[in-house]
Design a protein around this ligand. Sequence first.
Ligand code: AMP
Ligand code: MG
Length: 342
Amino acid sequence: METEQISVDNHQDNDKNYRRAVDILTSGGVVAFPTETVYGLGALATDEQAVRKIFEAKGRPSDNPLIVHIGQQEEVHKYATGITEDGEKLMATFWPGSLTLIFEKIPGIIAPSVTPGVETVAIRMPDHPVALALLQTLHGPLAAPSANRSGKPSPTEAAHVFEDLQGRIPLILDGGQTGVGVESTVLDMTTNPPTILRPGGVTREMIEEVIGPVKAESKAPGEQAPRSPGMKYMHYAPEAPLFVIEPDATIIGEAIAALHVEGKRVAVIGPDDLTIPTADWYFALGPRHNNEAMAAHLYRALRQCDLTAADVILGVETDLTGVGAAVMNRLTKAADGKRYMS
Ligand code: AMP
Ligand code: MG
């Protein structure tokens, strides 16, 4: 299969491009498209055969549920039930936006493969002109995980999608670099209080300001059926081992010196303003404490590390304010929890 890439620029008339994408989707195919978080790989969420193609193209385990993307808030009532007042408040406040809400599902509408083994459905309305135009032209729900091969970082540029899924999908809508850069916050509204299953661009503080205290669940150790099935899967890990390290140029310099003695080449991912002249590669994410910039550039930097001959990657930690919590969540997972110890 040949993979076509179409640039959908804000400033041009894209009706034809969206219709082309919708033709593919309504005839049971998959299309990659930008959202404000990362690129998604979409299929019509009511079409079981189409949804299976997502799992096939990504190599994703078939029991890991998908998020349903909608183009209008009211559509949520077609697929979900038991929506509380808090749920309504969150949608009114954060949609369109990078908050995924898990509700009880109305049976028989969304294809079984979207919600394997669960009675709930994860829904969000993305805040990206291309995603919204596509959904509104389609007039239907799109099941869409991130548009990477399973085991790779989520794509934040069309080129990342092409790298991973070239020859496996018919179309990529190229809308440039995504804004947030990490996946949406996932909030389970079926528990009391609601539970954050995955941190993202919409932070715990932002949610609590609207509905009061929520729980945060980073892992479900020993739980037989993890609440978020995605939690039990291997997370992306770069080819070289990654260690989280303090934002201290002296400590990082000493770490690199020690690694060099062992004959290891070192790539560093960190803020713009740390001067580490001995690093063999330095991938800068943005100004220090600018967690939005860190989030926006983290996945690209991880992909860049995989293109180097680094033996070790040092990932400089950032503070946990705002989207910093999501950055550290993804970085810690990619490091498999490892910290650099001198
Ligand atoms: P991705 O599509 O790769 O961004 O992953 C979506 C995340 O949301 C995964 O961690 C899923 O396990 C989680 N998820 C999706 N639907 C549900 C659901 N109904 N219940 C719990 N977690 C879900
Ligand atoms: Mg993903």
